[in-house]
Each structure stands twice: as C-alpha cells, then as structure tokens.
Design a protein around this ligand. Sequence first.
Ligand SMILES: [Zn+2]
Length: 251
Amino acid sequence: MDDQQLTRYSRHLLLEELGIEGQARIGAATALVIGAGGLGSPAALYLASAGIGRLIIADHDTVDLTNLQRQILHTTARIGRPKVESAREALAAINPEVRVEALHERLDDARLDAWVAQSTVVLDCSDNFATRHAVNRACVRHRVPLVSGAAIRFDGQFSVFDLRDAAAPCYHCLFPEGEEVEPVNCATMGVFAPLTGIIGCMQAAEALKLAAGIGHSLSGRLLLLDALTMRWTDLRVGRDPGCAVCGPQPI
Ligand SMILES: [Zn+2]
C-alpha cells in the first residue's frame, strides 16, 4: 500500500479487526453488483469508497427521472444515459483506484456464470425474482457468497447465502421458485427512498466483511425490516435438504 492508500484507508486501518491485512484483502477482491438501482447505488458507493479492488456492475437500464428519488449513483444531468455508465462516473469520482467494469446488459445464465466465477462476493441488488433465482443458481454452482437484499414500499429484506458452509441455505431454500405471488416492483408499489439506502448499505457491509474475512456474516439468518415502525425481525433459516438448487440432485 502506498502513502496515498495508507491515508485514504486510514480509518479502516485503525480498526484492529480489519487492519492492513484486511484492507489488502478488500483491495484484492472482486465484487459483482447486479443492478445499479436503489440497492446497488449505496452498495456500490461504499464498496468503491472502501477500496474494493474490482467492482463489476451490471444493469440493462438507463437513468430515468423517477429513479433519482433513491438511486443515489445517478444525477439529473445523466438522465437517459446507461445506469452502469452513470455509476462508473460516480464511483471513479470517489475512488479512481477501483477497477469498475460496467456491463450494460441483462445477464443471461451463461454470462452470469462467467462473471460469478470471477467474483469474491456477489450482491443481488436486482428487483425481480427471475434474476434473483438466476444469480442464486450461479452462486451455488461456484460456491461464491451471495449478499441478497430487497426493498419494496416500507419493507426491507436482507440475508447472506454462503454455500461454502455445508449447513447454510441458498436463496431457493427460503424462496422456492414458482411460489411467488404476483410480481411486485417499485414502479407499481412504490418504495420509501431511504429504505433502499439502509438495505443497500447493509449489503455493502456484509460484502466488505466477507472480502476481508472478518466477523460473522448473516448466513443462516434472514432480517426483515418494517421501516414504518423501524422494527427488525431476525429469523434463523436453515437449509432445505430437498432444495432443487443446492440439494443432492441439483437441476
Ligand atoms: Zn437451496
């Protein structure tokens, strides 16, 4: 680490749990962020400011005026531009050392597979079940820890699925595909702006801990937040031995 880096990350280096070794591990890590929206914005901003080595961010969408209420990577001046390009500009302005790879596409299974295989940690900041399940399948296949977040109306949801631990559940163990009720999204249901910030920041926190190899992750627990009452529910969650994705006979 050079003098500039020692200064930039000094408040991390002061943390004895993290220190120079932990910071170096963060600097050597690759984070894949799926979605540059309400959750992906704060998550990517903190990953970059905290010195993640390589940040791959994928989103097929362009910046729209309705996004700016909560998607803090983007600006009024960048309306109409691809979100991942807007993200790259915002992240480079904070920390030019981070290698940002902007994927302006909806990743299919094959592309997801290739990018997940290169990642230290994956953050699911998407807004639909099909993507969540596809990301989970790739993370299970490659045993890459998945930090999963969701926010709709005033309800937040947050967990880590780390299949490097044989007892840990995957996303599909908790939310089997096909059981979803009708699709819910912010465009029809609305979302409280700072709720996406709360959940997205927690995703960054867990991703940085996993990259640095410190503390205990949220694997095996599911946190639910009701932002109207600011009450958290902390549930223990276990593996489904018959799970079609991480079970003995994966699909
Ligand atoms: Zn499973």
